[in-house]
Ligand binder design. Sequence first.
Ligand SMILES: Nc1ncnc2c1ncn2[C@@H]1O[C@H](COP(=O)(O)OP(=O)(O)OP(=O)(O)O)[C@@H](O)[C@H]1O
Ligand SMILES: [Mg+2]
Length: 372
Amino acid sequence: MLKVENLKKQYVSFEGGPGGGVLGVSFEIVQGELFTLLGPSGCGKTTTLRAVAGLEVPDTGRISLGGTVLFDGEAATNVPMYDRDIGMVFQSYAIWPHMSVFENAAYPLRVSRTRKLSAREIETKTMATLDMVGLSEFAKRPSTQLSGGQQQRLALARAFTREPSLLLLDEPLSNLDAQLREQMRIELKRLQRETGVTAIYVTHDQAEALAISDRIAVMNQGRIVQIGAPKEIYGRPSSEFVANFIGRTNLLKGTVVGDVAAEAVATVKTALGMLDGFFSAARRAGQAAALVVRPEHIAIISRGTAGDVEGPANRLSGRVTRETYLGEIVEYLVAVSGGEILVRTSSTSDISNGDSVSLIFPAERTIALLEA
Ligand SMILES: Nc1ncnc2c1ncn2[C@@H]1O[C@H](COP(=O)(O)OP(=O)(O)OP(=O)(O)O)[C@@H](O)[C@H]1O
Ligand SMILES: [Mg+2]
């Protein structure tokens, strides 16, 4: 539905040299999908959205929406922003201070050139969206009398009332407190599903990205480094950057012992000893490999007790050197021969600092990175 090909937009730095921006980004989104751009601050997420919206003229590349070319650097095509059927919620929310809450949310329906609605229909639709974001009781208020988080919810409501073919959401929940944020991301996902609107969602919050996205594109320094469903990105990160960005991880570097076929478990020689990992791509003996083990995939037991795991598993012994209580879970740092391992487990665990422990983690959950 949306196709972005080799999009480039490089800014000039403050000193006059080449600055940051987007250095060749390509992706495709299908109808009704919620696609997320996830990455650290400054990696080019907002620049990508602004180029799609038509707020920024790219240096090169091609953008098409539902078969219509919006931008083509080579053919010098550039459809102006107001002729693109795209709605956007900005990182810094923009609501109109001279209008009431209701008028802000109703505005896109009043000015729509494609849909002529009666006053009654506008009223019903607007109140329904205000209700969704929890602002219906404030409908008559001047919009300046809302808190920052309420203004952000209003901006979200306004974007949804418009029902554009593509909705761009740039960190739309960034000003909300943690609890409201979690509640709103569920609401947002539900609303997106119900309206069937295609959306690009921008965030630097990995938990948020995993929770709401159909697919995630992880960005770093102006480029997309991996695209996949949340489970793929989390369970099969392709690079060290993605593995680290998407949650805490243990990264164990080494070399492959024998030749490895694709989609197979194989042994890697690491500083911690021989460890078995799952390889999605083939490798030759002696090639470098990096294994990723999530802290929550490691079972921690008192040394000497039997731990049962199904299938081939890695076992290490060590001593707990740090115990951090985090509420529902507890985090242990375990010193093992040749390094340290981070483990997370349910806080019902009776292991404490200084204990001698065994660590067990299944080979199939010990993932070899594609690029190492
Ligand atoms: N108008 C501009 N002039 C010069 N450089 C810019 C301009 N806008 C953005 N940049 C630079 O381009 C890079 C990408 O910026 P962008 O706003 O796309 O990042 P982002 O991924 O949205 O980050 P954040 O999560 O902090 O919002 C940054 O290095 C930024 O400093
Ligand atoms: Mg941004």
